[in-house]
Structure formats: structure tokens, C-alpha cells
Design a protein around this ligand. Structure first.
Ligand code: ADP
Ligand code: MG
Length: 346
């Protein structure tokens, strides 16, 4: 695998000395589905726009297919970058029908070739027979499929997706996300998607980059890596649910209210380390002599979230399949799987 999209030290701000994205470097491999996950306002759209060439950057460089497309204030125009773009709002041309919308970016082809390409794409996105419809005659999901076909028409090497499924219902969002991934994989298109939707990023991506609200890239890794071994408290707290238990280090071991743990040779520099325990890995065993107590239960549908009060006064969350229930106030002991806890020192 080789890197196809590369960012090196990219900075961008709208006001002087106030960067929205700060010193961002990452590489996306050819054919990889890579997501940038960050909260609203963290600079995701800004990042995508500068990769597309719709905005300039202040510092750093961007390479696509080994070719420099932007460096500091120098850049090549969007149409020379070989990219396809899909935004949250499909922004189809209202006065053009589906055929004309999809054919928009492939005017260079002969009439015959354009027709063949558009019909091929209509089949690919499951909208054969819709070529004569106008955007106002399409549902939200259908519009987004057409926007995807329009972006794919010129055979881009890189597809940039800006929260493309955000306006769709849950089921449709999942379905269209998986279809997009499968189309990109079959055609070996490199995808960079930006989203605030954790589930979408975790389920579709080969790797994820986590963006902080300040526009810094905090960690890059596979979905499992960023979820189970977050690099710092921000990533751990942002992605999924997590319990944090503080402790004191003495003689190379971390003493917490849940027991004594090895610090794995990690020597915290700035502050005491924190244990992260994902709530789905917590187990509770009822025991009248136990020093923990079920304090609260929240029904979440397929899961129940229990708040357990520890003797130390700390509280931890436990997630259980909703078939398994514990009465409020019941006493017991907590079991944590030592293989599933993670020590945060950053
Ligand atoms: P996201 O897509 O993650 O929600 P954006 O990239 O849209 O984030 O915005 C990041 C920050 O940059 C926000 O604080 C936003 O207000 C600001 N911003 C975005 N576009 C502009 C612009 N054209 N001019 C000034 N500020 C902008
Ligand atoms: Mg955005």
C-alpha cells in the first residue's frame, strides 16, 4: 500500500494568528477509506475545502498521488486535482434532470460515451430509470445518491465526503454509507470522509483521525485502536462512553478504588495517570457483603446503563444487554477485566 493523499504541517485560519486547523499531518493510503472525526466547529469542512482547492492554506503542503497540489500560499485549481466532492447538502442543479446533473462534470466525453457513463452510474447507485426526474422529484436519499454519481462520473482518484449522510434517516444513513464504501473499494478510490458521527466513522472507516475542538489531530488509528487504546483523555472521552478512575502511583503501581494496577512502565510526567474502563466491560456480581451499590438505571433500548456507586464515593457506568437487570439499591462487587482497562498518562 502506498500513500495517496498526504498532508504535511497544514495550518489554516480565517483571522490572523488564529488557526482553525493547526499543524495537521496525515497520510491516506491508496484505496483506503479514511475518516476525520471531530465535533462541530473543529475545522472539518475547512480541511476538506483546502484539500479540494476551494480554499487556500496558510502553511504546509498537500500531495495527491505523489503530486504537490498546494504548498503555503501556492496551489493548483480544484479541477486539476482529480477529486470528487460530496457535501451534506447534495446541491443538485434544480433546472437539470438527473441525467444532466450526473453528466455535468464529463462534458469532455463524446455524446455516446457520456450516455454510457451516466447509465452505468445510475445502475451503480440503484437509480436506473430515474434519469428524466428533476431534483424536486427525488427523496433526500435519492438526491444524495445522484450527488455521489455526479462526483464519481469523471472517475476521480480521491473522493472527499463532507458529512454526506447527515441529513438522512438512521437506516438510510447506514445503507448509503455501506454502499458508498463498497463502490469506493471496488473501484479502488481513496476516500476521505469528515463527520461528527462516531458510529458512522467507526463502522465505515479503515482508519480514523480524531480532531479536537481546537483543530488539532489528536490520534490516527484503526477504529479498534482509537476506541480501545486512546492516546489521551480527550480522545477517550470523545469516542464512546468511558469511566475514568483516578489513582495514586507508589512503587511503580497505581492504587485506585478498584484495586492496584501495574503502570506498565509508563511514567506519568505531568499528573497522576487515570484508568479508562469502557462501561460495556464492567461486570457486577450481587453480594450482600459487597461495597458497591446499584444507584441508578437508565433504559436505552437494547442496553441498560447502570450507575454504580463505589465505596470511595466515585461512580462508574456499566452497560448491560437489557435482558439482564439488577434492582436499584442492590449491593455487590465490581469485576473489571484487566485486559480491557487502559491507562491514560497523557
Ligand atoms: P466543522 O466543519 O468541523 O463544523 P468548520 O470548518 O466549518 O468546522 O469551521 C471551523 C471554524 O472556522 C468555525 O469556528 C467556523 O466558525 C470558522 N469558519 C468556517 N468558515 C469560515 C469563513 N469562511 N470565515 C470565517 N470563519 C470561518
Ligand atoms: Mg462542517
Amino acid at each position: 500500500m502506498k500513500s495517496f493523499l498526504k498532508l504535511e504541517g497544514v495550518c489554516k485560519g480565517y483571522k490572523e494568528d488564529n488557526y482553525v486547523i493547526r499543524d495537521i499531518s496525515f497520510e491516506v493510503e491508496e484505496g483506503e477509506f479514511f475518516s476525520i472525526l471531530g465535533p462541530s466547529g473543529s475545522g472539518k469542512t475547512t480541511l476538506l475545502r483546502i484539500i479540494a482547492g476551494l480554499d487556500s492554506l496558510d502553511k504546509g503542503e498537500i500531495l495527491i498521488g505523489g503530486k504537490l497540489v498546494a504548498k503555503d500560499s501556492w496551489q493548483i485549481p480544484p479541477e486539476k486535482r482529480g477529486i470528487g466532492l460530496v457535501f451534506q447538502d447534495p446541491a443538485l442543479f434544480p433546472h437539470l434532470n438527473v441525467f444532466e446533473n450526473i453528466a455535468f462534470g464529463i462534458e469532455g466525453l463524446s455524446k455516446q460515451e457520456r450516455k454510457r457513463r451516466v447509465f452505468e452510474l445510475l445502475e451503480l447507485i440503484g437509480l436506473s430509470g430515474y434519469e428524466g426526474r428533476y431534483p424536486h422529484e427525488l427523496s433526500g436519499g435519492e438526491k444524495q445518491r445522484v450527488a455521489l454519481a455526479r462526483a464519481l462520473a469523471p472517475r476521480p482518484k480521491v473522493l472527499l465526503l463532507d458529512e454526506p449522510f447527515a441529513n438522512l434517516d438512521y437506516e438510510l444513513k447506514r445503507e448509503l454509507g455501506e454502499e458508498t464504501r463498497s463502490i469506493a473499494k471496488k473501484q479502488n478510490i481513496t476516500v476521505l470522509m469528515v463527520t461528527h458521527d462516531q458510529e458512522e466513522a467507526l463502522c465505515l472507516s479503515d482508519r480514523i483521525g480524531i480532531l479536537s475542538p481546537r483543530g488539532c489531530l489528536e490520534q490516527v488509528g484503526t477504529p479498534e485502536e482509537v476506541y480501545f487504546t486512546p492516546k489521551n483523555l480527550y480522545v477517550a472521552g470523545f469516542l464512546g462512553r468511558a469511566n475514568f478512575i483516578k489513582g495514586k502511583v507508589s512503587e511503580g503501581r497505581l492504587h485506585t478504588s478498584l484495586g492496584v494496577f501495574s503502570t506498565n512502565g509508563n511514567n506519568p510526567i505531568e499528573r497522576e495517570p487515570v484508568l479508562m474502563i469502557r462501561p460495556e466491560t464492567v461486570e457486577f456480581v450481587p453480594d450482600s457483603q459487597g461495597d458497591c451499590q446499584i444507584e441508578k438505571a437508565n433504559f436505552l433500548g437494547s442496553l441498560i446503563s447502570y450507575t454504580i456507586l463505589l465505596q470511595s464515593g466515585e461512580r462508574i457506568e456499566m452497560l448491560c444487554p437489557s435482558g439482564k437487570s439488577f434492582p436499584l439499591g442492590v449491593r455487590g462487587k465490581i469485576l473489571v477485566d484487566r485486559k480491557k482497562i487502559w491507562l491514560l498518562t497523557d
